[in-house]
Structures are given as C-alpha cells and as structure tokens.
Design a protein around this ligand. Structure first.
Ligand SMILES: Nc1nc2c(ncn2[C@@H]2O[C@H](COP(=O)(O)OP(=O)(O)OP(=O)(O)O)[C@@H](O)[C@H]2O)c(=O)[nH]1
Ligand SMILES: [Mg+2]
Length: 286
C-alpha cells in the first residue's frame, strides 16, 4: 500500500530565549532564523520548510511570548498568538526550570483556546540533569493536555529526529503546499537584514540591540558573488558611535561576521557595504 503524503504547519512557540530558533535551524539542518543569548531576538514569525519524499513540514518559528507594554511587545504577542491558533500542530518549547509562570500560563491559555494538538519539548537537555528533566515532565503534564513530552537539545542534536517523527505522525494527510526547493517564505532582503541584526545582538551590549533596525538596500546577484548594501538604523545620535566603534572597528567586525553567515546562506562570495544612519526604528516592525 502506498504511504499517503503528509503536510502541515507547525508552530514552534515558547517564552523568550528557550531555544526556538536554534531548534528551527536544527530541524532544517541549516541556518535560517537568527539566535542569540539575549531574550526577544526573534521579532516576527519565520517560516522554514522541510520536504522529503513522504512529508512536508512548514515550521513557524515565533517570537518569544513576553508580556510587556511596548508596541513591539504587543506585536510579538499578536504574532505568536495568531501562529499557535492557525497551525496543525504546536511544538511548545520550555526550559525545565527557568520559565516565568505568568507568561507560560498566558501562552498555555492561548494554545488551549485553539485546541490544537501540542507536543511539549523540554529544551536544552544538555544542561539539565535527568532528575530536573523528569521533574519538569511531571510538573508540565499537569499544565496542559500534551500529546507527548520529550526532552531535546537543539545544540547537541539530541532527540531532534525523534521530535520530527512525532510531528510527522500527527500531520494531516495532504499534498505539499510548497515546491521541494522552497525552504522559506522569507525574502533574501529580510534574511540578509536578519543575519546582520544577529551580529549586532551578539556584539553590542545591554539594550542597544533592541533599538536598532537593519534594512537591506540592495542585493545584486552575479555568477560568482553577491553584492549587498545595507543600512543599520539607530534611533539616537549617541548610538551611532557605539555601532561604529573606535575608528569604525565595531562596524567592521559586524560586517566581517555577517558576511560569513551570508556567504553560507548564498553559497558564494559576498561583498557587503554597511552604513549607519539615524532614523525612526520604533515602527520598523509594525
Ligand atoms: N545549552 C544549550 N543552549 C541552547 C540550546 N538551544 C539554544 N540554546 C541557546 O539559548 C539561547 C537562545 O536561543 P534562541 O534559539 O535564540 O532562543 P529563542 O527561543 O529563539 O529566543 P527568542 O527569539 O528571543 O524568543 C542561545 O544562546 C542558544 O545558543 C540547547 O539545546 N542547549
Ligand atoms: Mg528566536
């Protein structure tokens, strides 16, 4: 008997910094979504598509669910809420011991309201003891009606294939929605700006990265190289020298590191020109 093709949307949801984007990249086997040790790195939902001969999974990496008062916080909550209500399966990520209860409840409430089958993945299993993982599984089983609870480590690749199999088993029988070559619905303009923003998150300290927006101005693809022009937009005059660094050293470092990521993404040499300008960044994601 022929095995029917399965296809569906899967939201990767959870509180900030639990490892959602790292998991997406691990599931896809390539870097698509930016990651950093700072919470609230992901700002809008990112789709990553995995296609095999028998299934297609459209993963939706969501912004960490954080209850804050700013417009960006509200937008991020809206993104995550609509994602967990509009998919076939939710993969809820939680660190065994570090979750802020009120925010976790809010997220669980939203998921429960959708009545969508949910798999709970206990993340970063490489840094927790067996006892902590077992206790967490026990604690969370009382929180919601999970189809499965599974410990994973996206960093070390532990249980990633198993998690994918659990997802595949729950996918609806359906024809693929995208061609096998399509790995995302995000544009190269967006991904390029994200790869640059990632280095800003990794290199600049405290609150500065949260007030910065990156815009890709130009991508020119030739046979052997990609020419990219991008602008880093800062909201305040005094942020400019921080991004530039002494003698332009910081901007150079951001560019060097981003170029490495962009080279891997485009699969060819990248010439990157970066500018810094002052502008309105508050409405950048609205
Ligand atoms: N030890 C360990 N660290 C991990 C693992 N997965 C992610 N991390 C680290 O956790 C931090 C946050 O990872 P992200 O993937 O950016 O987390 P996120 O949930 O997407 O965060 P937001 O987008 O800000 O909500 C990074 O420093 C990752 O390297 C893991 O399996 N083990
Ligand atoms: Mg993220």
């Amino acid at each position: 008997m022929e095995i029917p093709f399965r296809c569906g949307n899967v939201a990767i949801a959870g509180l900030p910094n639990v490892g959602k984007s790292t998991l997406l990249n691990s599931l896809l086997g390539r870097k698509l979504s930016i990651t950093s040790p700072k919470p609230q790195t992901t700002r809008i939902s990112i789709k990553g598509i995995k296609t095999t001969d028998s299934y297609q999974i459209i993963y939706v990496d969501t912004p960490g669910c954080h209850v804050g008062g700013s417009r960006v916080d509200k937008l991020m909550i809206h993104e995550t809420s609509s994602a967990v209500l509009s998919v076939d399966i939710v993969c809820l990520l939680a660190e065994p011991t570090k979750n802020k209860k009120s925010e976790m409840y809010l997220l669980l409430e939203k998921i429960a309201a959708g009545g969508i089958p949910t798999i709970l993945a206990l993340s970063k299993s490489d840094i927790y003891s067996r006892k902590e993982l077992l206790d967490a599984a026990d604690k969370y089983s009382g929180f919601g009606n999970f189809q499965h609870i599974i410990p994973i480590s996206a960093r070390q690749g532990e249980n990633i294939e198993k998690l994918e199999q659990l997802i595949v088993d729950s996918l609806p029988i359906s024809q693929p929605l995208y061609t096998p070559e399509q790995i995302t619905t995000q544009t190269d303009l967006f991904l390029t700006a994200e790869f640059i923003r990632e280095q800003i998150f990794l290199l600049l300290h405290q609150e500065l990265p949260y007030t910065i927006f990156v815009e890709t101005d130009l991508i020119e693809n030739t046979d052997d190289a990609v020419q990219i022009d991008a602008t880093i937009i800062v909201s305040k005059e005094n942020h400019k020298p921080m991004v530039l660094g002494k003698g332009g050293k910081m901007l150079k470092e951001i560019g060097t590191r981003a170029r490495k990521e962009l080279k891997a993404h485009f699969g060819k040499n990248v010439h990157l020109n970066l500018w810094v300008k002052i502008g309105n960044t508050e409405d950048a994601y609205l």
